[in-house]
Design a protein around this ligand. Structure first.
Ligand code: HEC
Length: 188
């Protein structure tokens, strides 16, 4: 009797602790898929604009299309998808306290030798008694990014960036740096 009660208790404990974990893994999988789609669509439009008119014209894609694609994708996927960074160009993309902490941990993980392209993190966060699923994935700085985020930016591009983003801090990056992160939140 006593033994079977213990078994039931153990089984229950296992069920209670493992079920939410499985659900979180599933959410993380969905978040990863959504981000892959977002990144692909953004890179496609950026690449085409760079080819067609160079960085001065492609700024338009980042300035107007990036937030639009993020909004469309958020609606479609039922999760809030955005981008953030420790050094933002658009002040609207500044990290909140949780994102700041995760971005700092990403820098530590990179310093410890992790591949930037694979760094991500998810967590269920409780805010005002409400549970929220949060996910972030590091964005590596590629060569093409340097035209607008690097150390030697064309003066015409700088002129345009200065006009649009007087608070721009997203310059001086090198290839392989963490440029920022995709960030997802979903109420549970
Ligand atoms: C043609 C210029 C241009 C190129 C090339 C470019 N960016 Fe940007 N990037 C911008 C602009 C403009 C913004 C501000 C977008 C906004 O207003 O939300 C931005 C914003 C971002 C942000 C959001 C955080 C922030 O700083 O506000 C990330 C992350 C980012 N870029 C990553 C990249 C990566 C990675 C690449 C290379 C694959 C890249 N960018 C290439 C112009 C560019």
């Amino acid at each position: 009797m006593k033994k079977s009660a213990l078994f039931t208790a153990l089984a229950l404990t296992t069920a209670l602790t493992s079920t939410p974990l499985l659900a979180d893994e599933q959410r993380a999988g969905e978040a990863r898929a959504a981000i892959q789609e977002f990144a692909k669509s953004l890179q496609g439009e950026l690449g085409a604009a760079m080819k067609a008119g160079g960085p001065t014209q492609a700024i338009e894609v980042c300035n107007t299309r990036a937030p639009e694609i993020a909004a469309d994708m958020s609606k479609q996927k039922g999760m809030n998808i955005a981008r953030t960074s420790l050094k933002t160009r658009n002040a609207k993309n500044k990290p909140d306290a949780w994102e700041q902490k995760v971005l700092e941990s990403f820098e530590q993980r990179k310093a410890a030798g992790e591949d930037v392209a694979k760094i991500d993190h998810f967590e269920v966060v409780t805010n005002d008694g409400k549970q929220e699923f949060r996910y972030m994935k590091a964005i590596p700085t590629g060569e093409v990014c340097l035209k607008c985020h690097g150390t030697e930016i064309d003066p015409a591009v700088i002129g345009k960036l200065d006009g649009l983003y007087p608070q721009d801090t997203a310059r001086g990056f090198k290839q392989g740096d963490i440029r920022g992160a995709f960030t997802i939140r979903q109420s549970m």
